[in-house]
Write a protein that binds this ligand. Structure first.
Ligand SMILES: CC(C)(COP(=O)(O)OP(=O)(O)OC[C@H]1O[C@@H](n2cnc3c(N)ncnc32)[C@H](O)[C@@H]1OP(=O)(O)O)[C@@H](O)C(=O)NCCC(=O)NCCS
Length: 142
């Protein structure tokens, strides 16, 4: 797949809508452990999903849950042909903009311990890592 060069400014983040389902599942299907159908259905019901769009094409998404003092990121993936162009950085910036010391002051993301590219990405975004059994917990605080 050819990697396209896009500028971060050209990436728009918005809520996912029903017509994004195919694009989200296509992108998720490119990951090493794609969502099972039931997991995706549960995520649609229980999580908030946002997509990253460029030139009207969905190129990444994030699924997250709200808690009293934190946002928990449940899933994050970028289309294989658009990686290393800043798409996931835009999705994480979008999440960081929601943080406030007085309300929800951190992002938490538990990542499988073998998902090295995600570890390196999250470290590049200022997340701190700590091992939790079979996952690594990544946290970002304000
Ligand atoms: C990890 C992932 C989200 C990164 O998305 P991305 O849009 O390519 O990330 P960005 O372009 O914003 O990268 C920002 C920085 O993160 C780091 N980074 C990102 N991917 C990296 C990789 N594969 N190796 C090393 N560093 C990486 C780099 O420092 C990069 O900056 P640079 O390109 O200037 O060097 C993407 O590779 C992906 O979707 N992987 C599959 C994730 C997955 O399995 N999700 C399901 C479980 S949650």
């Amino acid at each position: 797949m050819q990697t396209q060069s896009i500028t971060t400014d050209a990436v728009r983040i918005r809520w996912a809508i029903r017509s994004d389902i195919d694009a989200i599942l296509r992108i998720d299907g490119q990951t090493s452990r794609p969502w099972l159908c039931a997991e995706y259905t549960r995520s649609r019901r229980e999580n908030i999903q946002c997509v990253a769009e460029t030139q009207e094409q969905v190129v990444g998404f994030v699924a997250y849950s709200l808690f009293r003092r934190k946002y928990r990121i449940d899933r994050l993936a970028v289309d294989a042909g658009h990686r290393r162009t800043g798409v996931a950085s835009r999705l994480i910036s979008h999440m960081k903009e929601k943080l406030s010391p007085a309300t929800r002051n951190r992002l938490v993301f538990d990542v499988a311990d073998d998902l090295l590219e995600m570890h390196l990405f999250l470290k590049s975004q200022g997340f701190l890592a700590s091992p939790r059994g079979e996952v690594i917990r990544f946290e970002f605080f304000v």
